[in-house]
Ligand binder design. Structure first.
Ligand code: DX5
Ligand code: ZN
Length: 226
């Protein structure tokens, strides 16, 4: 799956950006929600998710909650049209209960980890999540450089998911993803790629999405078998 990140769009033309992503062949629109507590930045709220639904109804909305209290807000994002809601494993709310509630309300759920958080932190939840997102930059800002040191974490999560009988787990990366970094992540077991800056700066986003899809499909799992 390829998911362009709305954070990289021109904030004066967000509706156009949603239509552009919908026409690019991407699998979903990634929407970053920052609360100025969990990360030192502010971004979007539920109204932006509803705006995306209005302007590009067929495009799934994939919501990444960088919030200290995701349990209090996840349902508002589902009501606004989120197809998937991800929460961070570092927060202090009841993670299992929040993941369960997201599913009960009809959305896919997922857990995400900051760069310093070990792979093992998500292992106890692998039976209850649709997706795991490994942050490949420090969350909070777009346009940062990919952290190569996250590759072993991807491999560890993919291996453990296979061991726990979850070969269907969506393993996603987010931060500094361009064609070359996406290929390295795919080789280590990632099968879903969030990309902001690298896709939005292209004249032809469709070509970028297609290229990333083909190159990552080709590279998938190569480093795990080696
Ligand atoms: C960072 C966000 C990312 C961001 C990625 O905190 O979670 O989704 O949009 O942006 P790029 O692809 O520019 O690194
Ligand atoms: Zn994100």
């Amino acid at each position: 799956m390829i998911l362009p990140s709305l954070l990289a769009a021109d904030s004066g033309h967000l509706a156009d950006a949603c239509r552009r992503v919908a026409g690019s062949g991407a699998d979903a629109l990634h929407v970053d929600i920052m609360d100025a507590h969990f990360v030192p930045n502010l971004s979007f709220g539920p109204d932006i998710v509803a705006m995306a639904r209005r302007n590009a109804p067929a495009l799934k909305r994939h919501v990444h909650l960088m919030m200290t209290q995701p349990d209090l807000y996840a349902m508002r994002f589902i009501e606004a049209g989120a197809a998937t809601v991800l929460i961070h494993v570092e927060v202090s709310c009841d993670i299992a209960a929040t993941l369960a509630e997201i599913r009960t309300r009809g959305a896919r759920n997922g857990l995400t980890l900051k760069p310093a958080t070990p792979a093992e932190s998500v292992f106890p939840f692998l039976g209850q999540v649709d997706e795991v997102l490994v942050m490949t930059v420090e969350p909070g800002y777009g346009g940062q450089s990919f952290m190569e040191t996250m590759l072993p974490k991807l491999a560890a999560i993919r291996r453990e998911a296979d061991r726990q009988g979850r070969p269907d787990l969506t393993l996603m990366v987010d931060g500094g993803i361009a064609l070359d970094s996406a290929v390295r992540c795919a080789a280590h077991g990632a099968n879903a790629f969030v990309a902001g800056t690298s896709l939005f700066r292209l004249d032809d986003m469709s070509a970028g999405v297609a290229a990333m899809r083909h190159a990552t499909q080709d590279a998938y799992g190569r480093a795990l078998r080696a």
